[in-house]
Design a protein around this ligand. Structure first.
Ligand SMILES: *[C@@H]1O[C@H](CO)[C@@H](O)[C@H](O)[C@H]1NC(C)=O
Ligand SMILES: *[C@@H]1O[C@H](CO)[C@@H](O)[C@H](O)[C@H]1NC(C)=O
Ligand SMILES: *[C@@H]1O[C@H](CO)[C@@H](O)[C@H](O)[C@H]1NC(C)=O
Ligand SMILES: *[C@@H]1O[C@H](CO)[C@@H](O)[C@H](O)[C@H]1NC(C)=O
Ligand SMILES: *[C@@H]1O[C@H](CO)[C@@H](O)[C@H](O)[C@H]1NC(C)=O
Ligand SMILES: *[C@@H]1O[C@H](CO)[C@@H](O)[C@H](O)[C@H]1NC(C)=O
Ligand SMILES: *[C@@H]1O[C@H](CO)[C@@H](O)[C@H](O)[C@H]1NC(C)=O
Ligand SMILES: *[C@@H]1O[C@H](CO)[C@@H](O)[C@H](O)[C@H]1NC(C)=O
Ligand SMILES: *[C@@H]1O[C@H](CO)[C@@H](O)[C@H](O)[C@H]1NC(C)=O
Length: 728
């Protein structure tokens, strides 16, 4: 208001009073709009959460790309969290950032979400201002990606997973939209200690010493900074790079890894009595330049029983044990505490929660200024551009190097088929697609990708449909002095720093933001175009370099493109950016070998939900004990129970049973086991490990199922254990 009065009084004091009085109304409108643009400090804010969990059994999990990792139950549901930020007076100046508990964004999923948003909201939420970012977790349900390569281990496309993500993200945006109200934003950062570690440090060392020296106090070969945008009492959005690989590849319970766990821990600390996913406070733990980060902070060791190097650190440059990658595994901080990484997961989540809490508990810098967005499609096969030193450069059609097959210390070996036909003939999807093996690379492709030795020439593999994307989404959001670079892949630590620094310099040079310009990277988002290393790291060809699919100039091409789009973030941008064509739609023609549920049956003389193994009634349980009940089950693919639960722990409160735990509490697990395929029988285990501080009292376990008869429709049933006692 004060600045408005100053603006108006300057006009009134102008040397041409008559003219000024005549034009006063339009001057005052000008003052209003100038000040809105310059000092926008109130935003329209909306936050929402929804469930995106696909089929939790008989489906390949996404992230490790391991054929053997077929899900068998649930640890924690996957969620999408939507954050809408807009200018109160100009609906068009609005962005929506979705942070989803999935391994990566995807073109097909994004396309379907945008179609749903267009149906409901017209032109309010579009390809330009909607971002689908991922937490890059590796224990969620697979089969939703549009390109062929990531579908191989899931035996093709799984429509049920895809639909759960699309519908859940739409619901999260609906909820955020319904909650829109004005509020203010603030921004800050802090150091996260013990939250990540570089998993390819020998590649990082290939970067120039002078450049590395600039970051010795910011984590050296890791970014240890968490950046956080506070929505006040309503929630926050934070960025910190760490792979979602705390839970190991040998786990088969669907979960959300460390960022989903961090969100659960934070949200339930604010509203402890709300069921997970039903809180109003929304905690966003988004991914950043994740490429070479690992949550396995103890390092990587040989798990080679009987070998002299068993328990020793892996060979540093190649991450091998006795010459092969299979035995080299990273270890998280809770390595000794369980066999699947669940304790490490909670510990890596907790350090992120602690960092976010310290930021939310301090006074952060207010965010002021306009909300803008820019988006183009960029075809990265054969993209030509000029490097800052004036030399012409180009990207190449996608290709995977040999080290891609070696995997990483977070999950050695990838995509089982690369081990040769001999060992992969169990994969029926591979049996179909192997006849379309990627074409032999041309001399031009070999030269373009050099020094990468090409294993899979995916950019030239378009049968039965494209194996890798060629066209990616390039997108930036500006909220006051904060700029989010939405990245279609996994930038390594140094690649992220170079891109952020280049865009920041351009924002300042173009007078779009002053010295307070603050740039974060978010992703893998929108499209999954694998990794992005620096040119120097690329030359080393560790896993990340081998998976930098568009060749050695990939990062420079992105730096060129993102910086060139900076002028479109101006308060009054001119023109529209040049975009390549949108990528082709592949989902409708996708192969799918994942078969549906045939039928369910209860064993003779038993009924669905009947207790097979009951809880202990004779003695009281205490904190730390696990209560287990087993029921006659049915296939949970019959009904995903989205926004619901497969189980509950109920407490008897004043004579009434009250649900106190759901399937998303980390203390509970839901496990489904097929007993007989021919008879259609299965069983379900519901486990609850009693947390310390659980009130003494009478409890019971319930199981919620849905059975499919051979003929007829699916029907719901409930199983209930006996009552049991928890002692103080
Ligand atoms: C943290 O924020 C301060 C203040 O904006 C800034 O100077 C500093 O560069 C930030 N740190 C990182 C690593 O971005
Ligand atoms: C291992 O990597 C480091 C850093 O890039 C390099 O200096 C060294 O020569 C490499 N050692 C071997 C055996 O390749
Ligand atoms: C979710 O929260 C709302 C509002 O607090 C409440 O009415 C509803 O019962 C809750 N749902 C569950 C499943 O807890
Ligand atoms: C799961 O994998 C981890 C990492 O390789 C290993 O340490 C652990 O022993 C495995 N768990 C089981 C039950 O095999
Ligand atoms: C890229 O360029 C090469 C050589 O000119 C050509 O063979 C290939 O078809 C191009 N690929 C794409 C996807 O444009
Ligand atoms: C420009 O930079 C590229 C990439 O680092 C390098 O290959 C090229 O030789 C440089 N050109 C000149 C003229 O220095
Ligand atoms: C698999 O490889 C082994 C060793 O190379 C060979 O002896 C065997 O015949 C192969 N099996 C098949 C089915 O090709
Ligand atoms: C649940 O409890 C049963 C019986 O103790 C046990 O076999 C199973 O491993 C437990 N499941 C999980 C996920 O802890
Ligand atoms: C469990 O508690 C309920 C509520 O008090 C009671 O009606 C029921 O008889 C109890 N069941 C058993 C098996 O003790």
């Amino acid at each position: 208001m004060l600045r408005y009065i100053i603006c108006a009084s300057r006009i009134l004091a102008s040397p041409h009073p008559a003219m000024t009085r005549l034009l006063l109304p339009s001057f005052l409108v000008l003052c209003t709009s100038v000040l809105n643009a310059v000092a926008q400090s109130q935003y329209l804010l909306g936050l929402g959460i929804a469930d995106i969990t696909g089929p939790v059994v008989e489906t390949n999990m996404m992230g490790y790309a391991s054929l053997g990792q077929t899900d068998s139950g649930l640890h924690q549901r996957q969620r999408a969290r939507a954050f809408i930020i807009g200018e109160p007076n100009t609906p068009a100046n609005r962005v929506v950032f979705v942070n989803a508990d999935i391994a990566m964004g995807d073109t097909g999923v994004r396309r379907a979400i945008l179609a749903g948003l267009a149906t409901k909201y017209g032109t309010l939420y579009t390809a330009q201002n909607f971002a689908l970012s991922s937490t890059h977790q590796h224990s969620g349900v697979g089969g939703y990606l549009e390109n062929l390569l990531p579908q191989i281990t899931s035996l093709g496309f799984v429509p049920q997973t895809y639909d759960a993500i699309v519908q859940g993200v739409l619901l999260a945006v609906d909820r955020a939209h319904a909650s829109l109200k004005t509020g203010s934003l603030s921004l800050g950062n802090t150091t996260v200690t013990g939250g990540n570690r570089n998993r390819s440090p020998t590649a990082y060392l290939a970067n120039p010493a002078a450049e590395r020296a600039m970051y010795v106090n910011e984590g050296d070969d890791q970014d240890t900074t968490m950046s956080l945008l506070s929505f006040g009492s309503r929630g926050f959005l934070s960025w910190f790079p760490v792979h979602g690989t705390s839970i190991y590849e040998n786990n088969t319970l669907v979960s959300s890894d460390n960022k989903g766990m961090a969100a659960y821990l934070y949200e339930s600390s604010i509203e402890p009595n709300a069921m997970p996913g039903n809180q109003t406070f929304v905690a966003g733990f988004a991914q950043a330049n994740v490429g070479d980060t690992s949550p396995n902070t103890l390092g990587a060791f040989c798990e080679s029983p009987g070998q002299p190097y068993d328990g020793q650190p892996c060979q540093a440059n190649s991450s091998t044990c006795g010459g092969t990658v299979e035995d080299c595994h990273g270890r998280g901080p809770g390595f000794t505490l369980d066999a699947f990484g669940f304790h490490s997961n909670e510990m890596i989540a907790q350090v992120q929660v602690n960092a976010a809490k310290s930021l939310m508990g301090s006074t952060l810098a207010p965010v002021t200024g306009s909300v803008r967005s820019v988006h183009v499609y960029l075809d990265m096969a054969n993209h030509t551009f000029t490097l800052p030193n004036g030399t012409a450069a180009q990207t190449c059609p996608a290709a995977m190097g040999f080290s891609f097959a070696g995997g990483t210390t977070d999950g050695p070996g990838s995509f089982d088929f690369v081990q040769g036909d001999n060992s992969t003939s169990q994969n029926p999807f591979w049996e179909i697609v192997k006849s379309f093996i990627t074409p032999i690379p041309s001399a031009a492709q070999v030269a373009c990708q050099a020094p990468k030795p090409i294993l899979l020439n995916t950019g030239y593999a378009t049968f039965p449909y494209a194996w890798s994307p060629s066209t990616v989404d390039i997108q930036m959001f500006k909220v006051g002095n904060l700029v989010m670079l939405i990245i279609p892949g996994e930038l390594t630590t140094m690649a992220g720093r170079r891109l952020r620094a280049a865009v920041r310099a351009q924002l300042i040079a173009s007078n779009i933001i002053d010295n307070s310009a603050y740039v974060v990277v978010a992703g893998p988002a929108n499209t999954y175009a694998h990794y992005i290393t620096t040119r120097e790291e690329y030359a080393v060809q560790r896993y990340e370099g081998a998976s930098t699919i568009f060749g050695p100039s990939t990062l420079d091409a992105y730096i060129d493109k993102y910086t060139s789009l900076v002028p479109f973030l101006a308060d009054a941008p001119t023109g529209t950016p040049v975009s390549d064509a949108a990528p082709p739609e592949l989902t409708s023609g996708a192969l799918s070998l994942n078969t549906g549920v045939v039928f369910d049956a209860a064993p003779i003389g038993k009924s669905f939900g009947q207790v097979l193994i009951d809880v202990v009634k004779s003695a009281a349980y205490k904190a730390g004990d696990t209560v287990v009940a087993q029921f006659v089950g049915a296939n949970p693919r019959n009904n995903l129970r989205l926004e619901g639960t497969f189980l509950s722990v109920d407490q008897l409160v004043s004579g009434a049973w009250t649900p106190v735990r759901s399937d998303s509490h980390p203390s509970t697990t839901y496990q489904w086991t097929r007993v007989s395929t021919i008879l259609g029988t299965s069983s379900v285990n519901v486990n609850w490990t009693i947390e310390s501080g659980t009130p003494a009292g009478t409890y019971r376990l319930r199981y919620f199922g849905d059975s499919k008869p051979l003929i007829g429709s699916i029907s719901a049933f409930t199983g209930t254990s006996s009552n049991f006692t928890v002692a103080a």
